[in-house]
Design a protein around this ligand. Structure first.
Ligand code: AMP
Length: 845
């Protein structure tokens, strides 16, 4: 009787509450309901056992829709075991589901006396093939008689996840052992990463994996008329139904440009040739695109350029070099000369010599010379080569000369080599005799020169311009520069006029399209602001605006725009993108994409401890991918540090701050070295500090430091140690210890980046590959750096090539030897100190 009374109170209470609850339904987009007791119309069909245990209270809301509430309150009776079984719940392929319960529970202490069996929990159970308890559910808040009187609703919400599920469906059950509960709603759902279009790639609805820490990698599909840039776009679907770690992107195919998230065809008169270009460009002077969707423009009549000229190069009237002469032939070289063109189209800046082996014109090489002569080296003996020369003036390149055929000398045969050797021997003997008699220094020199001239393969006092070293040659195959997949960075210094370099690589933007809204930072040359950029026919976008403050010198203007000339050559999702420059009005501006979260070091300090390891690795992967692109382009950054990485709202990290010496002058971390020049010591490889050997391998060292900054949430590398102490410690093979909670795999990678021998450091493509592997297999990140490798303000000794990083791998004997106390080894052994771990635990007593 008493039990009945409590039930009635529960019902009344629940009814009022349910009405309030129904108004607040709102299911997030990434959740898919498998069961929601609140939305079932008609009978729920759940089974209660025994019959007098759980009972359904049939109520209706204000629209007369049924509300399914189950309650039980047999607190007055001993040995309760009341079950409520749902019907079969289909999983729809999900391997991990969530169960959300809303319920109220009576506070046992508030019941009148004599209710010793009263419980304040109940069990949630599932059954695939057999019953498995999911959890004991307790209430955060239980209600009392007073709450009922005041009509205060103490509703509890509990969510549990369940997985991995192996069948197509399962049952849920609730077991009551003597509590007073009203189950107001039960919702079973799974999470999915919803369909997404990002960077022109579509990612389908994706169901996460069965493990809570698992990430499912999904390859995106490029939308119409777009292609993957460098690598297929990928995203990772987390167990929480969130898309994480974006990698790669799609870009519009040549002849199209991205406008409002889709690829639109280039208009007549415009073209787009490279995947890396952002938009269709107007055809260069004296050329035209007569059809929509052009990938190149064709020259007007009587204007020329050659296939290998960049598409943005103007067509020019001919200024041909008419005759090319052969001055000298070797077995692997030919010396050429030519006369200046009669009517050059302006002052001649340089000549280009194009050559290829006869009948192999799909592969050719271009070299440059400022003189009217050149020795072309590296040729095959006894082979016919075709040569063409053209001049470049400020108006561009003239047409190539007609083809000239020259043949290299044959290999020396054994007899001719012997003959030549005897000539050399005779000449040397003659020289020695002459030396003996002459005694004049200048004679020594000329005689020795004569001897050397007779040696095979030796050029004698040849004063002509020599062919540039290998890295300055450009090799072409079928009209494309032969670098593995990527263009090469062109040093703006190679342009005599810096303004030409800026306009070659950066688009001029009319200042009327930009609105400055707020100041976001301070750069060396002036303020950094942000605001919208509204280019005609393009979607408005938020940009960062770097300004050059008034009163600048011409040199400062050049230095300021230098960065744009570099940045404009890059197009990669992890490199800050240049939108354009404003040079035709004042102030002069550099416009780049806007990065909502600013610089990485400040961002990490502000969000200390807030990210999952996978998110941090995702950021590192992005930086490594940007650096891989730069090193493939032949660009060495020299100032890679977290302060020079920018972060956008999706946590995508992009490398910024280009411009070499300027940047180093500007960097507050850069210090003067004894050899002159400013260097950010803490981030820089020892060989770059010692003798300015900056290479992609020294960038890899800096990348290791950035990894350390990221994993320690913006901690200063080497803390407050002085620069001199840092140089000394690194020189003595000490390295930064692993940051707190840093996965061991990442610390090993950092240590590899800090190998003294620069060729032993990993390359950026290897780093990207390793980080991808770790992202795909998050369990590999579970093992954290051992605390003995993480002595918070000491450095650890860098170990041998195996990548070991602790001194504990030494024996006690080796350690004593290293501190010149080897004679005590026996004493240590006798005292039981046979390993360095035991030594470390020694007390002063
Ligand atoms: P910088 O002169 O490039 O070092 O820029 C100075 C500061 O301006 C940086 O530290 C950032 O806080 C901010 N900043 C520069 N570029 C951007 C950008 N593209 N988006 C957002 N903030 C930026």
């Amino acid at each position: 009787m008493q039990s009945r009374w409590w039930c009635c109170r529960l019902v009344a209470w629940t009814w009022v509450w349910s009405l309030a609850l129904l108004g607040a339904w709102c299911i997030p987009a990434n959740e898919v309901n498998l069961l929601d007791s609140r939305s079932v119309i008609g009978d729920l069909g759940w089974v209660a056992y025994p019959k007098n245990g759980w009972e359904e209270i049939g109520e209706v809301d204000e629209d007369y829709a049924p509300i399914h509430t189950y309650q039980v309150c047999r607190v007055m009776e001993q040995n309760q075991n009341n079950w409520l079984h749902t019907n079969w719940i289909l999983t729809e392929g999900a391997q991990r589901v969530f169960i959300e319960l809303k319920f109220t529970l009576r506070d046992c202490n508030s019941l009148p006396g004599g209710v010793g069996t009263c419980k304040e929990t109940f069990n949630m159970v599932m059954k695939e093939s057999r019953y498995i308890k999911i959890d004991t559910i307790a209430a955060d808040e239980s209600f009392t008689e007073l709450d009922l009187g005041d009509r205060v609703m103490k509703l509890n919400t509990e969510v549990r996840d369940l997985g991995p599920l192996t069948r197509k469906g399962f049952y849920l059950a609730f077991q009551d052992l003597g509590a007073c509960i009203a189950l107001v709603s039960v919702r079973v759902f799974y999470k999915r990463c919803p369909f997404l279009v990002k960077s022109l790639a579509e990612f389908p609805d994706t169901i996460p994996g069965s493990e809570a820490s698992q990430l499912v990698e999904v390859v995106g599909r490029c939308v119409n008329n777009s292609l993957p840039l460098y690598e297929p776009p990928r995203m990772h679907c987390s167990a929480e139904g969130e898309w994480l770690v974006p990698i790669g992107k799609c870009v519009c195919q040549p002849g199209f440009e991205e406008i409002n998230g889709s690829c639109q065809v280039c208009k007549v008169g415009f073209y787009r040739s490279l995947l890396e270009s952002v938009a269709c460009s107007k055809c260069p002077p004296h050329s035209a695109a007569r059809q929509m969707g052009a990938t190149t423009c064709s020259c007007e009549d009587a204007y020329y350029k050659i296939d290998s000229d960049p598409p943005n190069m103007a067509c020019t009237p001919p200024s041909p070099v008419s005759v090319v002469r052969k001055d000298h032939t070797g077995k692997s070289s030919i010396a050429l000369s030519w006369a200046e063109p009669d009517r050059p189209n302006g002052i001649i800046l340089e000549y280009e010599i194009k050559y290829f082996e006869k009948e192999q014109d799909s592969s050719y090489t271009i070299i440059k010379s400022k003189e009217t002569e050149m020795v072309v080296e590296g040729l095959k003996p006894s082979s016919v080569y075709i040569f063409q020369v053209r001049a470049r003036t400020s108006a561009g390149y003239g047409a190539f000369s007609r083809r000239f055929e020259f043949q290299t000398s044959p290999y020396l045969t054994a007899t001719s080599e012997r003959a030549q050797a005897s000539i050399v021997a005779v000449a040397i003997t003659l020289a020695l005799v002459l030396l003996a008699v002459s005694g004049f220094l200048h004679l020594h020199i000329s005689i020795l020169m004569m001897c050397l001239c007779l040696l095979p393969n030796r050029r004698c006092g040849y004063s002509k311009a020599k062919q540039d070293p290998e890295e300055e040659k450009m090799h072409f195959h079928n009209g494309h520069i032969k670098f593995p997949g990527v263009r090469t960075y062109i040093d703006p210094l190679t342009y005599e006029d810096p303004n030409q370099a800026v306009h070659e690589f950066a688009q001029e933007i009319d200042v009327s399209f930009i609105s400055i809204e707020r100041i976001i930072g301070a750069g060396e040359f002036g303020e950094v602001c942000s605001g919208p950029l509204r280019l005609p026919g393009k979607r408005e976008m938020q940009v960062a605006i770097k300004t050059l403050k008034a009163g600048y010198t011409e040199q400062q203007r050049r230095d300021f725009l230098w960065e744009a000339s570099i940045m404009g050559q890059f197009n990669h999702p992890n490199i800050i993108r240049l939108e354009g420059v404003v040079t035709k009005s004042k102030p002069v501006m550099i416009i780049t994409e806007y990065m909502e979260n600013g610089s990485l070091d400040t961002f990490l300090k502000k969000n200390d401890g807030q990210f999952t390891v996978i998110q941090l690795v995702g950021m590192l992967r992005g930086i490594a991918s940007g650096m891989r692109y730069l090193s493939d382009m032949g660009y060495v950054h020299r100032d890679l540090a977290a302060r020079n990485i920018l972060v956008n709202s999706n946590l995508v990290c992009k490398v910024s701050d280009f411009g070499l010496s300027r940047v180093l002058e500007d960097d507050p971390e850069a210090a003067y070295t004894t050899r002159g020049g400013k260097i950010p010591i803490r981030w820089t490889a020892p060989e770059a500090i010692a003798y300015r050997k900056f290479t992609s391998a020294s960038d890899v060292w800096s990348y290791g430091i950035v990894m350390w900054e990221v994993m320690s949430y913006g901690e200063r590398p080497y803390w407050e140690m002085s620069n001199q102490d840092v140089i000394k410690a690194v020189e003595e093979n000490y390295r930064l210890p692993g940051p707190m909670d840093c996965p061991e795999a990442l610390y090993h990678l950092m240590m590899d980046c800090w190998q003294r021998e620069r060729n032993s450091r990993p390359k950026f493509d290897e780093i990207v590959c390793l980080l991808d592997k770790l992202i795909r297999n998050p369990s590999s990140l579970k093992k954290l750096v051992n605390s003995s490798h993480r002595v918070s303000n000491l450095l650890v000794e860098h170990a041998s090539a195996e990548g070991e990083c602790n001194t504990l791998s030494q024996t006690v004997g080796e350690w004593l030897d290293s501190i010149k106390m080897g004679r005590y080894t026996e004493l240590f052994m006798e005292g039981g100190y046979s390993s360095l771990e035991t030594v470390a635990q020694m007390t002063s007593e």
